[in-house]
Design a protein around this ligand. Sequence first.
Ligand SMILES: [Zn+2]
Length: 68
Amino acid sequence: MKSDSIPGRQFTPEQLSLCACPKCKGSLIHNGLDNTLDCTACRLQYPVKSGIPVLLQDYTGVHQEEHT
Ligand SMILES: [Zn+2]
């Protein structure tokens, strides 16, 4: 796979159309302020690491109660 992506660049609509929220399958928008992908449906935020969106629910900013 050729890696020609530039870190920090804007996601193209085509890239975003390939990404969907793993929780609700909603569409994602790029949040340039936090450098996250935000789900427009359930408001989960997915971090972007080295230009690659991390679409894992475990990595979202949602604070869940810890079971200790
Ligand atoms: Zn969602």
